[in-house]
Ligand binder design. Structure first.
Ligand SMILES: *Cc1c(COP(=O)(O)O)cnc(C)c1O
Length: 457
């Protein structure tokens, strides 16, 4: 007997997982450690202390504990907007006339509009617990800055956000949301930091980049008493917090006896994708099941599909530790693309290793095709998706269309990471037919690769 699957599968709040899942515990070959840029030795707890909160460093360096309990205060905050719905895209399936079943996990129903709040509240909580007064961070598209502002507003922590200048100018209302939640917002590069002044002197007209905003935020945290820096993606601790997405998904799917064949997520720094696939990849690593995993990135910033697997700086200012990851080079500044949250030069080290080992596949898509999929989705499923999320939508549609051609009745699961209400300038361009695609040339990438730090294997 197959039971009727509802349009939206909502778990009861008591069914929400009480633990985050640390996939590194199930990896036989552990991910390459962060390295000290001066000595090229693995970063120690003490070396990371001036920049990050103590408990978050423990989580960053913990390769062995599989389940980490979610503290009550974080769990109660989660209850305000979680569990998030798992939706069966019946209408999209019908439109595509596909035998595939399509599900998406929707993370955009909180005010910050994305999954980023899952880690923001955790990072803010540990900062407060340590007795700190404030945190600094960078934001690209603005979702992370907004999420962190919300978390800090709730916890009573100060929050200083360096927002990539291009995005600051394109999305003035984002800034205002952050200020409403109590944050201070500075466009980056700025003249308030050494890193910012250096970048401005070399590229006076730059619209900024995430790597550059990170340098400014780190510098400010180090120079401000009682402050630490927090990061919205890339790091293993962030992926750990985002495992709540995959754990909820798995619980909901198990409840209705649904097994995904392919799991798709957009990839900027890798946190939503890593969080979504975590429990499924865990099963695969333990030899209990097999799935296809697909990362989707913009053709303008193709870290997996055209990047190098090498040690690189996490930021343009070269003040952060070195991470072994798929990277386009920390000096790579992607051309104007509307998916601000996917414009990062590197990729989470765990996902990078999975990709290197062939466990995870990746594809890149040009933005005009992404927006075409976004509009199709908005019209048939109702939700106005974030441009970032629309990369996953586009790949899911491609897969469903392939299923129609081959007659495969695959079950597709993708992560719908957020809503696009602050991306209407981008939608306007698309609707007016003036949106273009920019794809870096091989020469541009080679120039950037040539500057990768030389690290002995
Ligand atoms: C930040 C962001 C992303 C990309 O970040 P990951 O760390 O790769 O998940 C994707 N979608 C939305 C809506 C975002 O805000």
């Amino acid at each position: 007997m197959t039971q009727e699957i509802p349009y939206k599968i909502y778990l009861h709040e008591n069914e929400m997982p009480k633990y985050w899942y640390n996939i590194r515990a199930d990896m036989k070959k552990k991910p390459a450690p962060l390295l000290n840029p001066a000595t090229h030795r693995p970063m120690t707890f003490e070396e990371l202390q001036p920049v990050f909160c103590d408990e978050l460093i423990r989580q960053e360096l913990d390769n062995t504990t599989p389940y980490i309990e979610i503290p009550d205060e974080i769990y109660n905050f989660y209850k305000m907007y979680r569990p998030s719905p798992l939706v069966r895209a019946y209408c999209l399936e019908k439109l595509l006339d596909t035998p595939a079943k399509i599900y998406y996990k929707f993370e955009g129903s909180n005010t910050s509009g994305s999954h980023k709040l899952n880690s923001a509240i955790a990072q803010g909580y540990y900062a407060k617990q340590q007795g700190l007064t404030g945190v600094t961070t960078e934001t690209g598209a603005g979702q992370w800055g907004t999420a962190l502002s919300m978390a800090c507003g709730y916890l009573g922590l100060k929050c200083h956000v360096f927002m990539v200048k291009g995005s600051y100018e394109l999305k003035p209302f984002r800034k205002e949301v952050m200020r409403t939640y109590g944050a201070e917002v500075t466009p980056s590069p700025s003249d308030t930091t050494e890193a910012g002044r250096k970048i401005l002197s070399e590229h006076p007209n730059t619209s900024g980049s995430l790597g550059c905003a990170i340098s400014e935020a780190v510098e400010t945290a180090e120079n401000t008493e009682g402050y630490r820096y927090v990061l919205g993606s890339v790091l293993n601790q962030v992926m750990l917090h985002q495992s709540i997405i995959g754990l909820e998904c798995k619980t909901a799917m198990d409840k209705y006896d649904i097994t995904p064949d392919i799991i798709i997520g957009c990839a900027g720094g890798g946190s939503n994708l890593g969080g979504l696939i975590a429990p499924f990849m865990g099963e695969q690593l333990r030899g209990e099941a097999e799935y296809e995993f697909l990362a989707v990135e913009p053709a303008s910033c193709p870290s997996f599909t055209r990047g190098r697997y090498a040690y690189d700086f996490c930021d343009t200012g070269k003040v952060c530790p070195l991470a072994k990851m798929y990277t386009l080079g920390c000096d790579f500044i992607p051309s104007g693309n509307h998916s601000g949250g996917l414009r990062y030069h590197g990729m989470n080290p765990v996902l990078s290793q999975f990709y290197d080992e062939g466990l995870l596949k990746a594809t890149s898509i040009e933005q005009t095709r992404v927006f075409k999929a976004a509009v199709t989705f908005a019209r048939i499923e109702g939700i106005l998706p974030a441009p970032e999320s629309s990369h996953a939508i586009c790949a899911a549609i491609d897969e469903a269309v392939r299923c129609k051609e081959t007659g495969e009745e695959k079950t597709i699961l993708f992560g719908l990471t957020g809503t696009g209400y602050f991306d209407l300038k981008a939608y306007e361009q698309f609707n007016n037919g003036t949106m273009t695609d920019s794809i870096p040339t091989d020469e541009e990438l080679e120039q950037s690769f040539a500057k990768l730090p030389k690290v002995e294997a």
